[in-house]
Design a protein around this ligand. Structure first.
Ligand code: ZN
Length: 421
């Protein structure tokens, strides 16, 4: 019996970024064998073995880079402004279907890995399994299952309320039993109606119990922190990633805490700033004002509030960048008004806040992959790695908007069929 010959794929383009932050390789070629990267180099150096069947694609003035890694999604949300309190009223069956649709949209935008930051019930677990089995199209999905939160705390409606050191530790064990890849903690209130975003929720003792239990099992932790006290508590408890990282006080004022910035640097914790979600709210309300010639008091307040908060948070992120805090890109979409498939908005706004284009790309590839614990398998192009590859027109190191010009996406070496050619 003759073995069918291995099929090789050879991609060539004007340049290649490997995700590490090194300057682009000009006149590049990437060879894929059996879903894995076999060789990367200048065109003249990269060839399939003689006699091999090779599928070759030349993309011309384009850039080959790793599939993007979005460190923060909520694939059950519609991205139309619906608050979490309302979307969680839907049944898990419908939420799963929405997750399926959002996973496909996300993949088609060039994102081949996401970390989902919380869904209702077992939805995230089922979604990850459906994608793994190839039942539905979607990125590699790292999940927490549900965020752990205090009674009535932000996202309590997803189903993991726990209070006190014993109960939070038990909840970690329960989530790990269900298949959580990491533990998401809600360390302050948020948009949930029964919570206060400007106050810490868990005590340091409760946070310690969660991080201790997660770390004992080799799992990372990430915490929603929309006030300074929650950031301080999480640093105390050695949380691995601070999400949002808003320096807000209980009275609603913002003031950057240089002491906490120093501690963020010293601890090596990752910060996921989630900036664009505020601009998405602003843009939605502005468009509505133009359409309807006016705004309700509620929308006027939202517009003012989001505008002011975006300004101070952009400035704070700029200062954190200059201080050397490790930033990763995570969109938070499709939460509230941040529609799915728009991760590039977050990459662009991080550059606006102070990252160079090259650094912004790292924050959305190898940086975000490392921050969510998949550094060895995602966010970087190198021999022997799974070929999760994005090809975009133009040069994103010169102009990040070229990341919107997706030519092709490869998942484990297979070109993703997007139905648009
Ligand atoms: Zn979130």
């Amino acid at each position: 019996m003759s073995q069918s010959p291995a099929v090789w794929t050879l991609l060539t383009a004007a340049r290649l970024l490997d995700g590490s932050g090194e300057p682009p390789l000009e006149g590049a070629a990437l060879l894929i064998e059996d879903g894995r990267i076999a060789h990367i180099g200048p065109r003249s150096d990269v060839r399939a073995p003689s006699g091999a069947r090779v599928h070759q694609v030349d993309y011309g003035d384009a850039t080959i880079l790793p599939g993007l890694v979005d460190a923060h999604t909520h694939l059950v949300a519609p991205g139309d402004g619906s608050p979490g309190d309302d979307l969680a009223l839907e049944g898990e069956d419908l939420l799963l279907l929405r997750g399926v649709a959002n996973a496909r949209t996300t993949l088609h935008s060039g994102v081949t890995t996401v970390r989902d930051n919380g869904a209702k019930g077992r939805v995230a677990i089922s979604l990850r399994e459906g994608i793994r089995r190839g039942l539905v199209a979607g990125p590699r999905t790292v999940i927490c299952g549900r965020p752990i939160t205090m009674t009535g705390g932000h996202m309590y409606y997803f189903g993991s309320e726990a209070d006190g050191v014993d109960a939070v530790r038990a909840e970690v064990r329960k989530l790990l039993k269900e298949g959580a890849d990491y533990i998401k903690i809600v360390a302050s209130g948020g948009s949930t109606r029964t919570s206060d975003p400007r106050r810490a929720s868990y005590t340091v003792g409760e946070l310690w119990a969660i991080t201790d239990e997660a770390h004992r099992h080799g799992k990372l932790t990430a915490a929603h922190c929309s006030c300074a006290q929650s950031i301080e508590n999480c640093l105390e408890a050695e949380v691995d990633m601070i999400v949002h990282c808003v320096f807000a006080e209980p009275d609603g004022t913002f003031s950057l805490r240089p002491d906490l910035v120093d501690r963020l640097v010293a601890s090596g914790a990752w910060v996921n700033p989630t900036l664009y979600i505020l601009r998405a709210a602003k843009e939605y309300v502005t468009a509505r004002r133009e359409r309807e010639g006016g705004l309700t008091h509620q929308h006027e307040a939202l517009l003012q509030g989001a505008g002011r908060e975006l300004e101070v948070r952009m400035e704070a992120v700029g200062k954190m960048i200059r201080a050397g805090v490790k930033l990763c890109a995570g969109s938070d979409s499709p939460w509230l008004w941040y529609a799915p498939g728009g991760f590039v908005h977050e990459i662009e706004i991080l550059a606006e806040a102070g990252l160079s284009n090259g650094e912004a790309i790292v924050s959305a590839t190898s940086g975000s992959a490392e921050s969510i614990g998949v550094g060895p398998v995602a966010g970087r192009l190198a021999p022997d790695r799974q070929a999760d590859v994005l090809v975009v027109a133009g040069d994103p190191t010169r102009d990040l908007s070229s990341l919107w010009q997706v030519l092709d996406i490869y998942q484990a070496g297979r070109c993703v069929e997007r139905g648009i050619r």
